[in-house]
Design a protein around this ligand. Structure first.
Ligand SMILES: Nc1ncnc2c1ncn2[C@@H]1O[C@H](COP(=O)(O)OP(=O)(O)OP(=O)(O)O)[C@@H](O)[C@H]1O
Ligand SMILES: [Mg+2]
Length: 449
């Protein structure tokens, strides 16, 4: 597309000189000798990309007032269009004032051709970039509004593109019944994403059962998932019990912390996923269910596969669609909107210093940590503004090293295990390790469990 420039000047000599110059650079020109005619042309030609305007139009004025009025009238028609002011030296002051008010630039008469062309090209490029940006922004906003309209997003709060993309994918796969694996660090919102997948699935009206696989010892977990006949294991009592798979029949089962599932649990889960079939503990009767499985983990399953603690075939089954939730620190745009949402009911606000402190803090506990900090701070704040001190965020420099390079000592392992009354799952969580990873370390130090 050819660039089009509008020249508004009462001097026909200037118009023809400029038109000739611009045509030599492949720029088309329109021209007007009065402000009114110029404005009319701009109205009729929305594809004009720049205006060059004189400051005086009546023979006996030199004040520049006419030029100033024209500039503001142009701006009213097209708020973003670049305007170059053609000024005599006597109007320098006004030109500077108008540049402050948003005029693109001014050029003194007589002008230097090369400089004028360079200025014009720069401005038009900038203008085009800005327009592209604006279009991209409005496309993005549209995509967001559309997602919100079409789907039940369970009140999720976000601003980042990464979460937008994730939600587009989550809502897109929600309808099919393929298994979904949600990965991401502690407290990043994996369960929230699971809720969104469930709420937009074809079985949204069916049962929705959640199981935290790390919460129970291995034997109990299998009974919990698949059910057990009376007397199937020590402590199972004399009543048969239904497992969570049966309870979720026709609906959704959310398996949280799937990395904690025992080896035999993994085999059973693989079978249900492949055939829909399983047996209760202590029973040879095969049952069949139709369950949409959503699983979540903060462990590194590929690493666990390499270690031999997670089955690769099961991983492929669970991982048909992987939704990767980034850490909060990787999507800083979400931080303050989330904080405001958590504070909404308290009616309290964050001081600018508090906000800055929050943006510097790495949030290792992600959204859950943010939620807790906001809750605590709003309780402790008497007035309506939460300040930096009340946040009491730990100094990053004093924070423990990130999880992957954190190696617990023998003392810490023994101490934690004692604190948790020997419950491995609980100790593992306190230490930020998977159960398998904790077992490996206990074995390494020869600590009994
Ligand atoms: N984007 C969000 N908008 C609103 N609330 C959120 C968002 N993300 C997380 N939350 C809230 O933060 C808390 C932690 O989220 P959630 O339980 O989903 O995290 P998680 O990744 O499952 O954590 P964990 O790894 O500890 O299981 C929940 O109360 C959840 O509702
Ligand atoms: Mg969770």
């Amino acid at each position: 597309m050819l660039d089009k420039i509008l020249i508004i000047d009462d001097n026909a000599g200037i118009i023809s000189a400029l038109s000739l110059l611009l045509s030599l650079h492949d720029i088309e020109t329109l021209s007007a000798i009065t402000p009114q005619a110029g404005l009319q042309l701009l109205r009729e030609n929305p594809d004009i990309s720049l205006v060059i305007q004189d400051m005086n139009f009546t023979a006996d004025t030199t004040s520049g007032e006419e030029g100033r009025a024209l500039f503001f009238a142009l701006r009213e028609l097209q708020p973003d269009i670049p305007v170059i002011l053609l000024t005599a030296w006597t109007q320098l002051e006004m030109a500077v004032e108008l540049v402050k008010a948003g005029a693109a630039d001014y050029v003194g008469k007589p002008w230097d051709d090369n400089k004028l062309i360079a200025t014009i090209k720069n401005l038009m490029e900038l203008h085009e970039l800005q327009q592209q940006q604006r279009q991209a922004q409005s496309r993005e906003q549209q995509a967001r509004a559309q997602l919100q309209q079409q789907f039940d997003l369970q009140g999720i709060v976000y601003r980042s593109n990464s979460v937008q993309k994730l939600l587009e994918m989550a809502t897109q796969v929600a309808h099919s019944d393929v298994p979904v694996l949600i990965t991401g660090p502690n407290g990043a919102g994996k369960e929230k994403i699971a809720d969104i997948v469930q709420a937009n699935s074809s079985v949204k009206n069916g049962p929705y059962i959640k199981v935290n696989v790390g919460a129970l010892p291995e034997e109990l977990m299998e009974a919990e998932l698949f059910g057990a006949e009376a007397g199937a294991y020590t402590g199972s009592g004399n009543k048969a019990r239904q497992g969570r798979f049966e309870a979720a029949d026709g609906g959704t089962l959310f398996l949280d912390e799937i990395g904690e599932l025992s080896a035999s649990g993994q085999v059973k889960l693989l079978r249900v996923l492949q055939t829909g079939e399983f047996q209760r503990l202590g029973s040879s009767h095969t049952r069949k269910v139709r369950v949409r499985v959503i699983s979540a983990t903060n462990s590194n399953l590929p690493q666990m596969i390499a270690d031999g603690s997670f089955r690769q075939d099961l991983f492929y089954r669970l991982n048909v669609i992987e939704l990767k939730l980034p850490a909060l620190s990787e999507r800083p745009e979400d931080l303050l909107p989330l904080a405001r949402a958590f504070l909404f009911h308290s009616g309290k606000k964050l001081s600018p210093q508090a906000q800055q402190r929050m943006l510097r803090y790495p949030w290792p506990g992600n959204v859950r940590e943010l939620q807790n900090v906001m809750q605590r701070a709003s309780v402790l704040t008497r007035g309506d503004t939460i300040d930096e001190e009340t946040l009491a965020l730990p100094d990053e420099a004093l924070q423990k090293a990130p999880e992957h390079s954190f190696e617990p000592s023998r003392e810490l392992l023994e101490q934690t295990l004692a604190n948790c009354n020997g419950i491995i799952a609980q100790a593992a969580r306190e230490l930020g390790l998977s159960r398998q990873a904790l077992y490996r370390r206990l074995d390494k130090f020869g600590i009994p469990y």
